[in-house]
Design a protein around this ligand. Structure first.
Ligand SMILES: NC(=O)c1ccc[n+]([C@@H]2O[C@H](COP(=O)([O-])OP(=O)(O)OC[C@H]3O[C@@H](n4cnc5c(N)ncnc54)[C@H](O)[C@@H]3O)[C@@H](O)[C@H]2O)c1
Length: 260
C-alpha cells in the first residue's frame, strides 16, 4: 500500500466505532500514527491498530468542550503535531415523526453530532493554524443531503455538518487547512444499519412496513445500486480527501451512497 501518510498523525473521533476503526486502519496502513478519541469502546480499536502503527486512545465526550480541549492538548504532548482530523463521532438518536419526537433526544443528538463536531473542529483547527496546515474530514451523512423520515434531530445535525464544513473550509483556507465532508448512505451490515431498520419498523410510519425484513428491502429499494454500502467502502474516500491527491479540494461533501 502507498505510504501517503508517513510521519503524520491523525485524530479519529468515534474511534471506537465501526467507521472510525475501519478508517483509522486504512490511514495507519498508509503510514499514519493514530490518536483515537471516543467515550467508550476504545480497547478493540487500540488492540487492532497497535499491530499496524503507533496509536494512543483518549476517553473523551466530544459534547464537553473542556474535555475536548484537554484531550487535544494531551495528543499534542504525546505526538508533537496533529496533521489530520477525522471528525466522525455521532449517534442516530430516536426514530419518531416530528410531532412526537422526544425533545430531550433532539437536544442530545445536536449536542453530540453538531456541537461536539464543532468542539473538535475548534480545538484541532487552532492547533493546525499554529502549525501552519492540516487536513480535516467531517462525517456528515446522506441524512444531511435528504430529509430522512423519522430522524429530525439526526438529519438536522448532518445538514449542519455539511454547512459547517463549507464555512470552515473558507475560514481555514488562508491557513493551509483543507476541510471536506463525507456523506455515507445506507451502510451495513453493522450497528447503525440494524438499529435503523429495527427502529423504522417500530416507528409506525406510512413510509415503511412494520416488519424489519421488509423495511430492509424497502430501504435497499431506494438505492439505485440496489444494495447497501459496506463500512469498508468508506475509508478509501476519507484517505483520498486526506491525501495530496485532493490537494485543490476543500468545502466539498462526497456522497458514498450507491447513487441516492
Ligand atoms: N453506519 C452508517 O450507516 C452511517 C451512515 C451515515 C453516517 N454515519 C456516521 O458515521 C459516524 C460513525 O458512525 P458508525 O457507523 O461508525 O457508528 P458507531 O456507533 O459504530 O460509531 C460511532 C462512535 O461515536 C462514539 N460517540 C458517540 N457519542 C460520543 C461522544 N459524545 N463523544 C465521543 N464519542 C462519541 C460512539 O461511542 C461510537 O464509538 C457517525 O457520525 C454516524 O452518524 C454512519
Amino acid at each position: 500500500m502507498d505510504q501517503r501518510f508517513n510521519g503524520k498523525l491523525c485524530i479519529v473521533t468515534g474511534g471506537g466505532g465501526e467507521i472510525g476503526l475501519a478508517t483509522a486502519k486504512r490511514l495507519a496502513e498508509e503510514g499514519a500514527a493514530i490518536a483515537l478519541i471516543d467515550v467508550k469502546g476504545l480497547e478493540r480499536s487500540q488492540e487492532q491498530l497497535e499491530k499496524i502503527t503507533k496509536v494512543n486512545s483518549y476517553v473523551c465526550d466530544v459534547s464537553r468542550y473542556p474535555e475536548v480541549e484537554a484531550t487535544v492538548d494531551s495528543v499534542l504532548k504525546d505526538f508533537g503535531h496533529v496533521d489530520m482530523l477525522f471528525n466522525n463521532a455521532g449517534i442516530q438518536g430516536a426514530f419518531a415523526p416530528i410531532h412526537i419526537y422526544p425533545v430531550e433526544d433532539f437536544h442530545s443528538v445536536i449536542e453530540i453530532n453538531l456541537v461536539g463536531a464543532f468542539h473538535v473542529l475548534r480545538a484541532v483547527s487552532a492547533v493546525m493554524v499554529a502549525q501552519g496546515g492540516g487536513v480535516i474530514v467531517n462525517t456528515a451523512s446522506m441524512a444531511g443531503v435528504a430529509g430522512p423520515v423519522n430522524m429530525a434531530a439526526y438529519g438536522a445535525s448532518k445538514w449542519a455538518i455539511v454547512g459547517m464544513t463549507k464555512t470552515a473550509a473558507k475560514d481555514l483556507a488562508p491557513y493551509n487547512i483543507r476541510v471536506n465532508s463525507i456523506a455515507p448512505g445506507f451502510m451495513g451490515p453493522g450497528f447503525m444499519w440494524d438499529r435503523q431498520v429495527d427502529l423504522q419498523a417500530q416507528a409506525g410510519s406510512q413510509y415503511y412496513a412494520a416488519d424489519r425484513d421488509i423495511v430492509a428491502q424497502q430501504m435497499i429499494g431506494e438505492v439505485p445500486m440496489r444494495r447497501y454500502g459496506t463500512i469498508e467502502e468508506i475509508p478509501g474516500t476519507v484517505a483520498y480527501l486526506m491525501s495530496d491527491d485532493s490537494s485543490y479540494s476543500t468545502g466539498i461533501n462526497i456522497q458514498i451512497s450507491g447513487g441516492i
